[in-house]
Design a protein around this ligand. Structure first.
Ligand code: GDD
Length: 370
């Protein structure tokens, strides 16, 4: 075996996969990423890494055991980061079977591919578990001992992933760990997750390229951290002496409404909220003259979920104590500000201003554009 550590990342094209690749490359790893064949380009987040020494991409699929077995036999990684998933909670209600195939059975396929190649003692495995496991929460804040109550097809698939990782750890003595990550956002966050949807809309509205933002449940509470800080934890979890599971969160909770208020403020618009529930509206109280008094945020039933998780709040004490990780490295205020700054620049550089483009996030979520 060479001195250089070899990492395999599934979900390398995603927000976390791209940050983790950069992190591991900087640590001197040879990084192998798993990509899926697609007719559209979805490699934007890793485009800057392609062609770099020590960064390699391979075609495989979480729903295709053979491709995973072959790939692991070729790469023989020391560390696997299983980040691949159908990761949108609302979409899991529309595609529950696909979500289960990728997010539940996909984890099993990785584990069995490791065993088939006799890599059990050579390879450590990180599983991207999620705070959605707590779902209809039974305790706040949530820590590693809090009972799970998954509350969507996505969360239920992820619960299988969590338990099968634990099972293989105990049954086969494999170094398998879960990071139970609370929501983590960034400039690279997908455009249909609520934070990025808000920061992009705030930037477009401030620049006259969008009229209104439609959201779902404004009262939903989340513990939002910065994805770039969280990938460090994924790595730290695999560097411990023994395999274990960790909650990764900031320990601070905010509502969707608070996120929106702060994001619009960072874009130069002060919102005043009026009404309640489905009738709640965000009106421009201060900002550019042409926006004053206008309703900029409205609630739409389209973004309500059949069952919604509304009170996630993580307790990162164990990660702080054992991994030595600082959960407050990037504060909520800094996170919102860096996302809005990025999107203000992106929108200013974006010459496509049609309604179709500016509302793409909404169209995607409503399923009008797949
Ligand atoms: N997406 C979205 N769009 N969510 C909205 C909207 C909207 O217009 N309006 C309100 N929300 C509420 C949702 O109902 C939810 O309660 C909350 O905002 C956060 O939604 P998302 O940003 O879509 O994230 P999520 O919490 O459902 O899931 C994310 O975090 C999990 C970790 O806790 C995803 O990244 C999951 O993959 C991840 O496991």
């Amino acid at each position: 075996m060479s001195e250089k550590k070899i990492a395999l990342i599934t979900g390398v094209t995603g927000q976390d996969g791209s940050y983790l690749s950069e992190f591991l490359l900087a640590k001197g790893y040879e990084v192998h990423g798993v990509i899926r064949r697609s007719s559209v380009d979805y490699r934007e987040r890793i485009a800057h890494l392609e062609g770099i020494k020590n960064f390699h991409l391979h075609y495989a699929d979480m729903t295709d055991s053979m491709s995973l077995v072959k790939l692991l036999g070729i790469v023989k990684p020391n560390e696997i980061y299983n980040l691949a998933a159908q990761s949108h909670v609302q979409v899991s209600f529309d595609s529950p079977e696909y979500t289960a195939d990728v997010d539940a059975v996909g984890v099993l396929r990785i584990l069995e591919a490791v065993r088939t190649n006799h890599l059990e003692s050579h390879c450590r495995i990180y599983q991207a578990s999620t705070s959605e496991l707590y779902g209809k929460v039974e305790q706040v804040p949530q820590n590693e001992e809090t009972p799970f109550h998954p509350y969507s097809p996505y969360a239920i698939a992820k619960l299988y992933g969590y338990w099968i990782i634990k099972e293989y750890r105990e049954a086969y003595n494999m170094f398998c760990c879960s990071g139970i990550l609370f929501n983590h956002e960034s400039e690279r966050r997908g455009e249909t997750f609520v934070t990025r949807k808000i920061t992009l809309a705030a930037a477009r509205i401030a620049q006259g390229k969008q009229e209104k933002l439609y959201l779902g449940n404004l009262s939903s509470l989340r513990d939002w951290g910065y994805a770039k800080d969280y990938v460090e934890c994924m790595w730290l979890i695999l560097q411990q002496d023994k395999p274990d599971d960790f909650v990764i969160a900031t320990g601070v909770q905010h509502s969707v409404k608070e996120f929106a208020t702060l994001a619009f403020k960072a874009a130069g618009i002060t919102l005043r909220f009026e009404g309640e529930g489905i009738n709640e509206k965000g009106i421009c109280a201060e900002g550019p003259a042409q926006l004053l008094g206008k309703t900029l945020v409205e609630v739409s039933e389209d973004f309500y979920r059949p069952t919604d998780v509304v009170n996630l709040w993580g307790d990162p004490s164990k990660a702080r104590r054992i991994l030595g990780w600082n959960p407050q490295k990037t504060t909520f205020e800094q996170l919102v500000s860096l996302m809005v700054k990025h999107d203000m620049e992106k929108v200013a550089a974006d010459h496509v201003t049609s309604v179709m483009r500016t509302n793409l996030a909404e169209y995607l979520e409503k399923g009008i554009v797949k």
